[in-house]
Design a protein around this ligand. Structure first.
Ligand code: IPE
Ligand code: IPE
Ligand code: MG
Length: 257
């Protein structure tokens, strides 16, 4: 029986930021999120790490809803890295259980919202049952035309780049690609994120300011936003505040204003 820790979430006030304060013409199209701090959230409450992950799932649901409501086109959620296998097996298994719980409870709403679910990362290394959940979520939302929710599961940017380089090298050795024709587009098209534009905004919660092997190629010109809140405390209004900060920034891409 998986315990529920939802009662610890009730009554937490987040700063009031009205949607009206966001300049809709300067919204990020694609927001990527490193959902960090579940363990510390739990520890500070004397709870097991699993409780933090459960609360993190609740936060994830709220942020997906907020992103869809505000009109974000794509959101990428870092849920499990290639390095997270270093954690105790019980914690890793609990994360798969949570994923299953999330898709069971939320898939109908996501379908109703016209959300399309995609995955990056080597999901073929996940337990069979989890792979079934992944496949079902993709299949059920394939025809949808609304916001893309991209889950990074067993994702590592270096692993992704290694696979891309191998694939290109194989094409060159088969004579399908001329080495002199390899450019940024060719490399981007070999990445697992192919088809989804680079993130405009990357949010990391928990106060840690690092990238942890997430979308290294794709974030070349992404705006970075580090939030001090632990992920389970990151509510709709915190998300909207990140969007508001983004909309006030000036992006130059190496050029001049
Ligand atoms: C992020 O929270 C969730 C995953 C990496 C799966 P953590 O579990 O990393 O929480 P902290 O960083 O230990 O607080
Ligand atoms: C990054 O968080 C991965 C996810 C949020 C899934 P980690 O907690 O694994 O990152 P480090 O170890 O603090 O860099
Ligand atoms: Mg962490």
């Amino acid at each position: 029986m998986v315990p529920k820790w939802g009662q610890f979430l009730r009554g937490r006030a987040a700063p009031k930021i009205m949607d009206a304060s966001i300049d809709k013409s300067r919204l990020p199209k694609h927001v990527a999120i490193i959902m960090d701090g579940n363990g510390r959230w739990a520890r500070s409450r004397g709870l097991p790490r699993a409780a933090g992950h459960h609360a993190g799932m609740v936060a994830m649901r709220e942020v997906i809803r907020a992103a869809d409501d505000v009109g974000i086109e794509a959101i990428t959620l870092y849920a499990f890295s290639t390095e997270n296998w270093k954690r105790p097996i019980a914690e890793v298994q609990y994360l798969w259980t949570l994923l299953e719980e999330f898709f069971k409870s939320d898939i109908d709403e996501l379908v109703e919202r016209n959300v399309r679910i995609v995955f990056i990362g080597n999901t073929n290394q996940l337990p069979d049952y989890t792979q079934g959940i992944v496949k079902r979520a993709i299949d059920l939302t394939r025809p949808n035309t609304g916001m893309v929710v991209q889950f990074a599961l067993n994702y590592g940017s270096r692993a992704e780049l290694v696979q891309a380089v191998r694939s290109i090298a194989e094409k060159v050795s088969r004579g399908e690609v001329d080495a002199s024709c390899i450019d940024e587009h060719v490399i981007a098209s070999e990445l697992q994120t192919c088809g989804v534009p680079d993130p405009d905004l990357l949010i990391r919660t928990s106060g840690d300011q690092r990238i942890s092997n997430f979308l290294l190629w794709q974030i070349a010109y992404t705006e970075l936003y580090f939030a001090p809140e632990m992920w389970p405390d990151f509510k709709r209004n915190h998300f909207l505040e990140a969007i508001r900060v983004y909309s006030s920034r000036e992006r130059r891409f190496g050029g001049l204003k």
